[in-house]
Ligand binder design. Sequence first.
Ligand SMILES: *[C@@H]1O[C@H](CO)[C@@H](O)[C@H](O)[C@H]1NC(C)=O
Ligand SMILES: *[C@@H]1O[C@H](CO)[C@@H](O)[C@H](O)[C@H]1NC(C)=O
Ligand SMILES: *[C@@H]1O[C@H](CO)[C@@H](O)[C@H](O)[C@H]1NC(C)=O
Length: 322
Amino acid sequence: MRISLLSSIFLVCFGSLHLAYGQNIDPECACNLGNLWLDVVVVIDNSQGMGHDGLNEVAADIATVFAQSNITQALGQTTRVGIVTYGQSAVTKYNLTAFHDTNTFINTIFDVANKPTTDTASYIYMGLSAAQTVLHDGRVNGKRDNVRQAIIVYASDYKSQGQDRDPVQLAQQIKEDGIGIITVGFDQFGGEGVLAGLAKLATPGMAFTNKDTDLVGEIQRNGLCQINCFCPTAWTQYTSQFGLASARRFALCLKLGDIDAMWTAAKIACQHLDNSAYLISEFDEAKHNFTYPQRFLILTMEPRLDGALEIAIPYPNDMLVN
Ligand SMILES: *[C@@H]1O[C@H](CO)[C@@H](O)[C@H](O)[C@H]1NC(C)=O
Ligand SMILES: *[C@@H]1O[C@H](CO)[C@@H](O)[C@H](O)[C@H]1NC(C)=O
Ligand SMILES: *[C@@H]1O[C@H](CO)[C@@H](O)[C@H](O)[C@H]1NC(C)=O
């Protein structure tokens, strides 16, 4: 579903605040799995800790997560998936160019899961590092370099291998490159300690466990669909709380700009719109808090639910005058 910027930049006219609060109809990030526009590496711990049953469950989970995705090498809002396994060391089983259809991927994932290793050690650093390479190699010559990237790691353990191979540092670096990390703690014997370790690696809000009642839904909605919902460079995404990494994302992008010039232009534009002028876009106080101090120009990424044009720009003085 990638939110396309469309050709339209809607300006948002802010009107009086007291009218605005109440119903929130800001556009949610759509979660249309058939349109996911991602490159994903699935990283599976196939050490003894995961065991046969664990691996089967992992495979079933992955198959369900991707069942509705359009896995292909065709261009468009499509998904490519690679597979890495790890224990003591990591193996790249399939790179991003391997799969041309969703069914083949799903059959393959059960094959891969059917082969546990005899490794007793489970070094997540090795798995993450191999996944990073797969994502990097999948982009040679600028191929799909505007597609968001994600790693989903199914881990039975969390062990650091010392400073040179510190998973937290590696995960940090991966996330700084704009790659989302989803972790799933599976059949872990270390319990809470393992989950706490994995949470340090995950993108905020994307650490799950196989005990979650709706694991597939969480990976899809709170993981892949959130990663898939993003703003272009230089735009700030509107979220439920400014500056909070785990905040819920909306399909709305904001930009700082030359407020005076934009405001004048927007005001004129608003005056000329006929069924006009939708003067309000601050549906609630949270949105006011988010936009007001930043003086953002607002770009909606999708047409609003009610079909209306969002209009104008928050301009602190005028907001209170209207
Ligand atoms: C997958 O995406 C390709 C390229 O956009 C498209 O041609 C194809 O119809 C899609 N397949 C499905 C099942 O949606
Ligand atoms: C992916 O794997 C195939 C087959 O092993 C290989 O030919 C190809 O070069 C690899 N692609 C990348 C980008 O590493
Ligand atoms: C908005 O900001 C005010 C003042 O900082 C705060 O008291 C209020 O709780 C915030 N409202 C929301 C919904 O975040």
